[in-house]
Design a protein around this ligand. Structure first.
Ligand SMILES: Nc1ncnc2c1ncn2[C@@H]1O[C@H](COP(=O)(O)OP(=O)(O)OP(=O)(O)O)[C@@H](O)[C@H]1O
Length: 663
């Protein structure tokens, strides 16, 4: 057990190191303006407002300073988003930003728009006047996330292992499930495999895995499990997921049912539609919260005075007053927070959020982790240490979480473990390989997204041919949609556009990297995608119905250049970024086209599985079948022939067109 935990600690430490080195290299190499060009800094900002946020933290608004302010005051394009850690420093042209790394002036971005960024500063940070007047804001690596994972792993080392921990760490097998003779399902529309998974999850004593292939109603099933646990069995339930969006999706669905729900996390990171369930809003609006609001107002007044005050001595005095107010505020606020959280039937938070101070004292009967196959194992432990039983849902046959550490640095077999684990080996993966023959998983088999033809290959190759398309989607085509005319495109579920007829390779290489590999683009495929879009739109499809996806970031840039201006509502993105999403029609550009038969990270079948399972009614695959099917390959493939079999399947089962016909 200790070996395994130490191995996990090493993996997280290495990832942190790689992440920080990457940031620090950028900060030392580039001037603030160059960092701004890369989207990770904004220069020449000024503090335009100050007030108090939850936890008594000072919130500051940053806008463009007058010197460069154009008519609109719009920032240049940037990648600073809510939840990011940023460092602030006085902005002087050409000054390196190296100092910002360990900046004493750092905080968390609460909101970021095109014109304003709101940052919650760390406690007791006094932002000097010169920084307030003219500053640079730089995105930093996020240490909080790493610290919380490491803290959980350290805690695990020193916790007397209960049944759940023992099962998760292979010290004992799961105990015989309870027998629940009859379950009154609260939602009678659940299909049999969903009911089976609910029963299995309720009967398990320590651990249950719900395997939800694309579109099979994993969230639908989890909602029933949560309601059964909280409302019928009166258990205290913690529901988590790796991202804010995964968690809010669940809050939205749960909120339709009568239940005392509390979503933990800062309101700026929470979907506006579920804000009324956020801890912050509940604590502000409940009776005891109103007293806290008075203290908060007093703090805001003081902050305002500070921002206007020019004399240093007076400012110091006001800061002293603010410090006392904050202390009082925090004590009162904590009491209200605890009251609200103790009263909740279901607490919902990101996995990382479970490591926040407000969650410190809380324990649960059951911890549920949605999208567990997208979470790092260490991240899961932050939540798991708070519960006696775990229910994990996900699909290990789609993409795992992205990590920065090169695989060569961390792939290693920890002592006593039968398989290699690297940072992207999820807890879900590990449990499945550990309990191969044992009964720890139920799979959902009816999918409600794809035409049966679109689903066919993925089901056959990855899901033991068990997937069934629900009757409501099994035969649906674009031509069945209102205002769409029947055509050779709208009446076929799968099209393959093959560029191998040109007889030459078309990919071009970029310096930028995707997952450690040089990024690529393919202009012929861009042209074919644009033609196909035009035809779909001519048939009556709306831009919103179409998505264009590709594994390579460089191809995304090329596609955007050709598509964005004329069709702004068509979504273009990477396959990885489209996981969990769907569109009526998907155009997939696979890019690789070379004489060597090299397929790079298309050898990852989980990526291809995500790519081919995004569309509901129409999938158009644009590719060079000769390169991808391995006819030209000299080296053996790492994918066990998956791509070659898909190419064969496409040429048999799809509407096959050659590029000559299509341009
Ligand atoms: N038993 C059911 N009866 C009718 N519709 C269902 C049923 N189960 C799921 N659905 C529908 O199927 C769709 C997918 O469900 P849901 O979003 O829960 O799936 P998911 O597995 O979480 O999705 P993803 O593949 O994105 O992870 C939703 O529109 C949902 O309403």
């Amino acid at each position: 057990m200790e070996d395994f935990i130490n191995h996990q600690i090493n993996l997280v430490e290495t990832e942190r190191k790689v992440d920080f080195e990457e940031t620090s290299k950028m900060l030392s190499m580039f001037s603030p303006i160059q960092l701004q060009k890369r989207g990770i800094a904004l220069v020449n900002l000024k503090v335009s407002g100050m007030r108090t946020g939850l936890g008594g933290k000072s919130l500051i608004d940053l806008e463009l300073g007058n010197a460069t302010k154009g008519d609109s005051g719009t920032f240049p394009p940037h990648k600073i988003t809510s939840g990011d850690i940023v460092g602030l420093d006085e902005y002087k042209k050409d000054k390196q930003t190296k100092k910002v790394i360990g900046s004493e002036y750092s905080g968390v971005v609460l909101r970021a728009s095109d014109t304003k960024i709101t940052v919650a500063l760390g406690h007791d940070i006094e932002l000097p006047q010169e920084v307030q007047e003219r500053c640079v804001c730089v995105k930093l690596a996020n240490n909080i996330t790493y610290n919380r994972m490491l803290k959980a792993l350290e805690q695990l080392k020193f916790t007397a292992p209960d049944n759940l921990i023992q099962v998760l760490l292979n010290q004992r097998a799961p105990s015989t499930p309870q027998d629940i003779p009859s379950i009154d399902f609260l939602d009678d529309t659940l299909n049999d495999s969903q009911k089976n998974a609910v029963r299995f999850a309720l009967e398990a004593n320590e651990l249950a895995l719900v395997h939800g292939p694309p579109g099979t109603g994993k969230t639908y099933t989890l909602v029933e499990i949560i309601r059964q646990l909280a409302v019928v069995q009166k258990k205290k339930v913690l529901v988590c997921g790796p991202s804010n969006i995964s968690v809010d999706n669940l809050v939205e669905r749960l909120a339709k049912h009568k239940m005392n729900l509390v979503r933990v996390g800062h309101p700026a990171r929470i979907l506006p539609t579920v804000l009324e369930h956020s801890l912050d809003i509940i604590t502000r609006t409940c009776d005891s919260g109103k007293i806290v609001a008075d203290v908060r107002r007093e703090m805001d007044d003081t902050l305002n005075k500070i921002s206007k005050c020019k004399r240093r001595a007076e400012r110091r005095e006001l800061y002293g007053l603010l410090k006392d107010l904050r202390k009082d505020y925090r004590a009162r606020e904590r009491k209200v927070l605890d009251e609200v959280m103790m009263g909740a039937e279901v607490l919902i938070s990101t996995l990382n959020g479970c490591g926040s101070k407000s969650m410190l004292k809380h324990e649960f009967d059951v911890v549920i982790i949605d999208e567990a196959t997208q979470a790092l194992e260490a991240e899961c432990w932050i939540a798991l240490l708070k519960g006696k039983k775990a229910i994990l849902a996900g699909d290990h046959l789609q993409l795992p979480p992205t990590v920065k550490t090169p695989i060569s640095l961390n792939k290693k077999k920890p002592k006593g473990m039968s398989t290699d684990t690297d940072l992207s080996t999820t807890l879900f993966d590990r449990l499945l390989s550990m309990y191969k023959s044992k009964n720890i998983k139920r799979m959902l088999v009816v999918q409600y997204r794809m035409h049966q033809k679109i689903m066919e290959f993925s089901s056959k190759e990855l899901y033991g041919n068990q997937l069934v398309a629900d009757a409501s989607v099994a035969e649906h085509l674009l031509a069945d949609m209102p205002d769409v005319t029947a055509s050779e495109n709208t009446e076929v579920p799968v099209v393959m556009m093959d560029t191998s007829d040109t007889g030459v390779g078309h990919e071009i290489v970029d310096d930028a990297r995707d997952n450690g590999e040089q990024s690529r683009a393919n202009e012929l495929e861009v042209e074919l995608a644009v033609n196909h879009i035009q035809q779909l739109l001519d048939d009556g499809l709306l831009q919103e119905h179409i998505g264009v996806i590709t594994p390579y970031a460089f191809q995304v840039t090329h596609l955007i250049r050709a598509i964005r201006e004329q069709w702004p509502a068509i979504e273009v993105g990477t396959v990885d970024g489209f996981q969990g999403r769907e569109k009526e029609a998907i155009i997939l550009s696979l890019v690789r086209s070379n004489d060597e038969g090299e397929i790079g990270f298309l050898a990852e079948k989980r990526r291809l599985n995500v790519a081919m399972t995004r569309p509901k009614r129409h999938l158009c695959v644009i590719c060079d079948s000769e390169t991808l099917s391995g006819i030209k390959a000299k080296a053996s493939r790492m994918d066990g022939g998956f791509l070659r079999r898909w190419m064969d399947w496409l040429s048999e089962e799809s509407d096959l067109r050659f590029s000559e016909q299509c341009v």
